[in-house]
Every structure is written in structure tokens, then in C-alpha cells.
Design a protein around this ligand. Sequence first.
Ligand code: NAD
Length: 315
Amino acid sequence: MKVGIIGAGSVGSATAFALIMRGVARKIVLIDMNEKKAQAEAMDIAHAAPFAYANKIKAGTYKDLEGCEIVIVTAGANQKPGETRIDLLGRNVKIFESIIPEIVKAAPNTTLIITSNPADIMTEVALKLSGFPKERVIGSGTVLDTSRFRTLLGYHLGVSPQSIHANVLGEHGDSEVLAWSNGDAGSVQIEELARMIGKPFTPEVKAKIDDCVRNAAYQIIEGKGATYYGIAGALCRICQAISNNEYAILTVSSHHEDVEGVKNVCVSLPSVVGKRGIHSIIYPKLSDSESHDLKLSAQKIKEYSEEALQQISQK
Ligand code: NAD
């Protein structure tokens, strides 16, 4: 599979490295406005390729995206300590206005995966700017947050995170919803399982897990300036599902006609992902408070998306 990555910064280069080392992509094109940086990253990663699989990575221009099955967009401003994802919106909309039409010209049949923050709103912006069908405009959404949630649940329950089915829904951001009520491991609801093994999810434990999932990025950015390995793993997993036509269920973000009464909004819900991008959506059964929180999350995204779409149409 040939993959294009726009933005050879922390996220773009870590993702290229993950794709190479896992053999998910056979060809990667790295594009960045800082050409020297893209070239240096491609060269460095290429030197690891012989230890993994036969594949090729190079820095390029938009013309080189021809034939890419996937183009991942990571270009743009990232959060500085104290900044929220929403704070990046105005800057990243401007950047997308220059990038997305170039991708469409070079690779009209590609599937877009959007990671630049605020990711759900940027997915809506990319959908509008590309004119692609909604199945082929995918936000990395809460795939990463779901992984963070499962990791912490796994530590607490003493089972592999891969054996836990519990999702984070809604915004990839402060209003995200940890769906505790329908999470399970070994066909047992997670809270029931925790009671069975004598390690109940008390309100304090739940609050701590919630905080560590919701605020993980802030903590990491405080310590090292940016987050990139987790998201690189998540992006690699999405590409793998598309490349292998897996029909895997992942909490990617995409455009929905109605989420808890909020119309036409990009949020993360469990989605079946394969060769055609998003094949179908699964709307999970939630508790009343989770449904309420999902509605608030969708409303927040909708409000900022409208602002972003207005910024585009004023041109
Ligand atoms: P970074 O600053 O390290 O890299 C961004 C790169 O984009 C830079 O190399 C820059 O030169 C390039 N760029 C900027 N404008 C460009 C343009 N017009 N054309 C081509 N290249 C351009 O930032 P990063 O840490 O890699 O983060 C990238 C984005 O990903 C940010 O918006 C960040 O918030 C987001 N992010 C999202 C998630 C997620 O889960 N969705 C996780 C981590 C980071």
C-alpha cells in the first residue's frame, strides 16, 4: 500500500516509522513545507527499513501522492503547554485550505485520515474542502483515547488491554465520553468483573482513570512538549484495517447525520473500517448520563465546526 503523510513533524515522522516497522505501507511519501525536515526524516527512517520489511520512504511534493490509497494529514500547529485543541482551530483551517485541494488534485481516489487538531472539526473541514464522500474522510478521532482507556482498565483488572472492549466516544478532546456502561472483558461487564475480582471501580478509581484518559495529552505535553507515539500507533492501526480490508471496529471520527439529536456533525462512534474507508457505524447502547454527555460533546463540536465552515465560505 502507498501512503502519503502531510506534515513531517513529531506525529508525521513517528507515524511513518510505525508504518515502516510494522510493514503496513510499502511506499511512503512525506511532504512538509519544511522540505529539509521531510528529507531528513525520510532518510533517517529509510535506514531502519532494512531491519523491518522491504519498503521505500521518500520526501516529495504533492504530485508524488499519485496512487496513494491513504493520505494522512498531520500538518499544522500543535498544542503548547496550557493550550486546548480548540485553540488551534483558526490556524489549522488556514493550513487545510492550502493542503486539501492539492491532495485532491494528485490523489482523487484516496482515503483521507485527519489527525491535526481539533481533529473532529478538522475532519469536517477536510470533508468540505475535498468534496469526497464521507466514507473516505476519516478522523483519527478517539482511537487513541480508547487505547488509553483500555490500557488503564487492563492495568486495574489485570488483563490485556487487547481483551477489553470499552470505548471512548464523542470529541477527541476535553468533552470526550468514556463509555463505562457497555465495556466488557471476557463477556463480563467491566464493573461487574472488577467487583468479582475484589477490585471494584469506586468513584475515586473511576475519576482517576477518567482524568488520566481525558487529560493524558496535557500531561505528556507538559513533560516533553508533544504527544506522538500513541497517535502513531493509532494511525498505523487505522491504515492496517484499510489495507487488509479488515472490517475492524475502531472509534474513528466521521460525519454523522444525527448524534443524540445533533445534526450533521463529525464525532467518534464505533465504526467498521475496511478498504472503502468507513463501511458502517454502530450506535452503542449507552446509559442516560453517557447519552447526555455524548449530546453535549456533539453540540460542542457542531458549534466550532460551524465557525470553521463559515471561515472557509467567507473566502
Ligand atoms: P509538529 O509541529 O511537530 O509538526 C507539524 C508539521 O506540519 C511541521 O513540520 C510543519 O512544518 C508542518 N506544516 C505546517 N504547515 C504546513 C503546510 N501548510 N504544509 C505542509 N506542512 C506544514 O506538530 P505535531 O506534534 O506533529 O502535531 C501535528 C498535529 O497533530 C497538531 O495539530 C497536533 O495537535 C495534532 N495531534 C493530534 C493528535 C490526535 O490524537 N488527533 C495527537 C497528537 C497531535
